[in-house]
Structures are given as C-alpha cells and as structure tokens.
Design a protein. Structure first.
Length: 133
C-alpha cells in the first residue's frame, strides 16, 4: 500500500468499500478490494456495481495526472467471471490516449489467481477545476 494522494484521502466511497491503492503513477494505477459478504447480490456473487466501482476508482487515479480535475464522461464494463465473497480483486488501469480535454483509459479487473473478472473502458474529460492539494 502506498500513501494516497489528497483526492483519494477524501474519497469516502472507496474507503467505505475497503479499496487500497497499490500503484499510483502518471497514467497508471492499481487498486485492490476484498469482496465481503455485504457486497454480494441475490445470487451470492459480487454485485456488478461494486466491481464497476473498483474499476472506476482505478480509472480516476490513472487519468488525474495534471493540475486540473478529470472526471468520467462515460464508461463501459464487460463482466467475464463471477466473484464470490473472500476474493481479492485488483483493478489495473492504463491511460491509453489523451487529446485536448478528453481521454481514454482501459482497466482490467483480476482476482487473486490472475484470472480476468472484468474489462472496463472509461472516457474522461478534464475540467477547469484545480485538483485538491
């Protein structure tokens, strides 16, 4: 675990879900989370929205590398494998492109065995608001 930057220190949602920032580099990040019992849906598998939240957090870290706040303009996710309680997921994000105020970022979510659980593609837009310090 690394010391999170200010934007993540204030991220109450990611903290409540138990997310841990493992890597934070310009254009790249890794965030992990253990699936708890209270994160399961009615079929006893991880709720897709929570897998999405993990990928979205990695996306946010990877695309916020400048001095201005970058937010999601849209995102898509493909779920590839069911996840059960006790599994540790890792979302690995890579910024693929940035042009002007827009960007594109891919996130792969894997379980602790390295199997791909989901693939996420996020589209970002940089605002005129300065990043918190």
């Amino acid at each position: 675990m690394i010391e999170p930057r200010p934007m993540m220190q204030r991220d109450r949602a990611s903290t409540a879900l138990g997310m841990v920032v493992e890597l934070d580099e310009p254009g790249r990040s890794e965030v992990s989370m253990t699936i708890r019992e209270d994160m399961l849906n009615g079929f006893d598998i991880a709720h897709g929205g929570l897998v999405f939240a993990l990928a979205d957090t990695a996306f946010a870290i990877a695309c916020n590398e400048g001095e201005f706040v970058t937010v999601a303009a849209g995102a898509d996710i493909t779920f590839l494998k069911q996840v059960h309680a006790g599994r540790r997921l890792t979302a690995s994000a890579v910024q693929r492109a940035r042009s002007g105020r827009t960007g594109l970022c891919d996130v792969t979510v894997t379980d602790e065995t390295g199997e791909v659980v989901a693939e996420f593609r996020g589209r970002s837009v940089t605002t005129a608001r300065r990043l918190p310090r």
